[in-house]
Design a binder for this molecule. Structure first.
Ligand code: SAM
Ligand code: DTB
Ligand code: SF4
Length: 315
């Protein structure tokens, strides 16, 4: 089937609302063709610069606008980061993702350190991903030159719901950042979060924008909100795991070749719910005991999960 970039919001909403059995069947058919071995990529995550961020993303414990601001942790230097990357590789990870709680990248010593980290991670034989907010064309080019595999920058939600979640930067600015990354020849990691009070129409809206990108993002993280105390979203009810299954399945159908990453929120999911997400077409998980500032299932638990599901770690 040819890849489509013209899915309408109505079509996407109809997929999201299909009877679950039908939705899973369709997603599996697409997934089986795109990834016949059901291989799952293990990506490890490390927060290099934690907290004190100028943006006001309502979900994020790293925003200085919230009482949950987790600043105070020292920014990590190149060597300790590469030691963590080596340990992640030795534990079986294939991708190493590094986060900076920045509104945007600025030139200077921390950016030079970021470039050294990217080169070091690549030299270990790992894919390297960075998430650090907005960037300029020349910064994107320098990251590409350092060997960066992917840049993560999420759209998070629909254009309509976005203003209720973030006021300090616009949806349009996010789209422009994505274009800069693409123009530099770095692959895109771009997805969103469910459980932030959005409706099904908003979820369809997010997936509509993602699937209209041409080419599709190579990587699409689907996060379930981790409601952190001190953030404006601390009292959001937990999302129904089946909603996450629906989101993953629909992303898989719309973007057959993308790596659909079952991201934040796995600690709140049963083993069976996670396996349903794999069945729905998720082909990557974050691997390691922490995400950026919150928890993630233990490495041993994830090894058991993959064994129970009968899927292989990538490659
Ligand atoms: N500051 C950079 C940025 O926002 O682009 C990079 C780091 S930021 C923490 C990366 C992504 O993590 C966000 O775009 C958001 O989708 C996700 N995220 C942050 N806090 C989360 C939470 N509490 N629950 C689920 N996802 C979250
Ligand atoms: C993404 O979409 N999810 C990851 C990664 N990209 C950087 C981050 C999840 C963060 C969850 C909250 C935290 O641990 O601070
Ligand atoms: Fe800052 Fe990123 Fe958190 Fe938003 S999501 S507050 S930009 S660290």
């Amino acid at each position: 089937m040819p890849l489509r970039h013209d899915w309408s919001r109505g079509e996407i909403q109809s997929l999201l609302e299909l009877p679950l059995m039908e939705l899973l069947w369709r997603a599996q058919a697409v997934h089986r063709q795109a990834n016949p071995g059901y291989r799952v990529q293990l990506a490890s995550l490390l927060s290099v610069k934690t907290g004190g961020c100028e943006e006001d993303c309502a979900y994020c414990p790293q925003s200085m606008h919230h009482s949950s601001d987790v600043s105070g942790r020292p920014e990590l230097a190149v060597e300790p980061v590469l030691a963590r990357a080596r340990a992640a590789r030795d534990a079986g990870a294939h991708r190493f993702c590094m986060g900076w709680a920045w509104r945007e990248i600025r030139d200077g010593a921390p950016f030079e350190a970021m470039l050294a980290m990217v080169r070091g991670v690549r030299a270990l034989g790992l894919e390297a991903c960075v998430t650090a907010g907005m960037l300029s064309d020349s910064q994107a080019a320098r990251l590409a030159e350092a060997g960066l595999t992917a840049y993560n920058h999420n759209l998070d939600t629909s254009p309509e719901h976005y203003d209720r979640i973030i006021t300090t930067r616009t949806y349009q600015e996010r789209l422009e950042t994505l274009q800069r990354v693409r123009r530099a020849g770095v692959t895109l990691c771009c997805g969103g979060i469910i459980g932030m009070g959005e409706g099904t129409g908003d979820r369809a809206g997010l997936l509509q924008v993602l699937s209209s990108l041409d080419p599709h993002p190579e990587s699409v993280p689907i996060n379930a909100l981790v409601a952190v105390e001190g953030t404006p979203l601390e009292d959001q009810p937990a999302v129904d795991p089946l909603e996450l299954v629906r989101m993953v399945a629909t992303a898989r159908i719309l973007m057959p070749q993308a790596r659909v990453r079952l991201s934040a929120g796995r600690e709140q999911l049963s083993r069976e719910a996670q396996i349903l997400c794999l069945l729905a077409g998720a082909d990557s998980i974050f691997y390691g005991d922490t995400l950026l500032t919150t928890g993630n299932p233990a490495v041993e638990a994830d090894r058991e999960l993959l064994a129970a599901a009968g899927v292989q770690a990538w490659p």
